[in-house]
Design a protein around this ligand. Structure first.
Ligand SMILES: Cc1cc2nc3c(=O)[nH]c(=O)nc-3n(C[C@H](O)[C@H](O)[C@H](O)COP(=O)(O)OP(=O)(O)OC[C@H]3O[C@@H](n4cnc5c(N)ncnc54)[C@H](O)[C@@H]3O)c2cc1C
Length: 399
């Protein structure tokens, strides 16, 4: 197996590295990552989204005909490596660019592609994903939000929860029940809904990290036009699965590696009782264990990318990356909390500008988002290892 990148790929990496060196927001180039709050934070993230778009780096994986770079899977891997290495700010339209846009390209009408896809890429319209409900998460087919046809529009009533980015979003990719006469996963429809309307309201959910990254979203006679149905009425399950496949194919392993390198640097430079932390045998053992797991997770990801290059579509291997990365992230940040000790409580005034502390708290949610670790294990069991289906998982949208 050849682990080297060829010249063409290295040229892609150089181009991105040079662009990042010139275009990362002020301060971020030197590792000073000022995270603003409230409206300022939103504006900062919108500006960064626009900068990426103007530079042609917003949707590298999108086909060229839709304004992307048509980047190969290997180039997409290099893109993730470099963005993590540069500690670049996150994309505010991550749901639009990684999940909704590719789903519309695959399953939308020509009119939907023309209307929505360019504004997703440019970040002019931010998207959120309205799947989960208070009683429907892993088992999304239990959803109770309803959409009813009235004239040439659909009227929506119900509640979604854990809706990330809804506070910034203009549009929601919504799953609703349109018919309950058949089996549970039948009679489900996917709709594109403008959430800046009277019938939509929301409450932010306050997290342990002090952020309000997701929301409860209420639909109270909200409306959308019949043109905004994706796929066929009552056959939204197929569209739900298409979007979920894109959702499972993103990995965070490179930002986890960056966190590991930050922790390593901290242990090299911080002293306890006059000795660098890294000289402590217990710390060294933990770091060695994490180092081996980071390298193994990367190699496993590269193998999955190679397999996907052959099939051309996201497959169940993405679930392996998700399980490995989420557990590693949680273990890594737990070690970091041990090593940093009471200084963690200083938050952004503490070591590493509080990034490891933030990541520690966030790591518990990562295990749940995009389908929990249990659901990913079901996918691996059934679709990678060929084990028999478990009754419960047959009902789950995540599988
Ligand atoms: C950070 C974060 C961001 C999120 N963003 C969004 C978003 O933008 N949009 C959105 O729609 N949702 C979002 N979610 C919601 C997320 O998709 C759900 O929380 C997740 O699917 C689990 O659903 P649940 O919380 O209802 O838990 P449940 O489904 O009730 O699960 C409870 C427990 O039972 C286990 N379990 C359930 N079914 C099975 C099974 N078949 N086999 C084995 N174990 C099982 C689960 O693993 C879990 O441990 C987000 C969640 C988080 C944490």
């Amino acid at each position: 197996m050849n682990f080297e990148y060829d010249d063409e790929h290295e040229a892609f990496r150089r181009e991105l590295r040079e662009w990042l060196a010139e275009n990362l927001p002020a301060g971020w180039r030197d590792g000073e990552r000022e995270m603003l709050e409230g409206d300022e934070r939103e504006q900062f993230l919108r500006d960064w989204q626009r900068t990426l778009y103007d530079g042609g780096w917003a949707g590298v994986h999108w086909p060229e005909e839709y304004g992307g770079r048509g980047a190969s899977l290997i180039e997409q891997t290099i893109y993730r490596e470099e963005m993590a290495r540069a500690n670049a700010p996150p994309q505010i339209n991550v749901i639009g660019i990684n999940f909704v846009g590719p789903t519309l390209v695959a399953a939308g009408t020509e009119a939907q592609k023309e209307r929505f896809v360019p504004n997703i890429l440019s970040g002019e319209e931010i998207w959120c994903q309205g799947y989960s409900e208070p009683d429907a998460g892993s088992d999304i087919a239990s959803l109770t939000t309803r959409a009813e046809k009235q004239g040439d529009q659909w009227v929506i009533n119900g509640q979604k929860i854990w809706t990330s980015y809804a506070q910034y979003a203009d549009w929601c990719f919504l799953v609703a029940r349109t018919d309950d006469s058949g089996l549970k996963h039948e009679g489900i429809t996917t709709l594109l809904v403008d959430i800046d309307q009277e019938g939509v309201s929301m409450d932010p959910i306050h997290q342990a990290s002090d952020e309000e990254g997701f929301n409860q979203v209420y639909f109270d006679d909200a409306v959308t036009s019949a043109d905004n149905i994706v796929g066929e009425v009552g056959r939204g399950w197929e569209v739900v699965m298409t979007l979920s496949a894109f959702e499972h194919s993103t990995t965070t392993i490179f930002s986890i590696e960056q966190n590991y390198l930050d922790l390593l640097e901290y242990c090299r430079t911080e002293t306890r009782a006059g000795e660098p932390l890294i000289e402590d045998a217990r710390v060294r053992r933990k770091l060695a264990d994490l180092d081996a797991r980071v390298q193994a997770a990367k190699v496993s990801h590269y193998r999955n990318v190679s397999e996907r290059s052959e099939t051309g579509t996201p497959g169940p291997e993405g679930s392996m990356d998700l399980v490995v990365a989420d557990e590693l992230r949680n273990d890594l940040t737990n070690v970091a909390m041990d090593v940093l000790g009471p200084e963690t409580a200083l938050w952004e005034d503490g070591p590493n500008d509080g990034r490891l502390a933030d990541d520690y708290l966030g790591s518990y949610g990562s295990w749940i988002a995009a389908g929990t670790g249990d659901i990913q294990r079901n996918i691996i069991g059934e679709r990678v290892l060929g084990l028999p289906k478990d009754d419960k998982s047959q009902e789950s949208h995540r599988t």
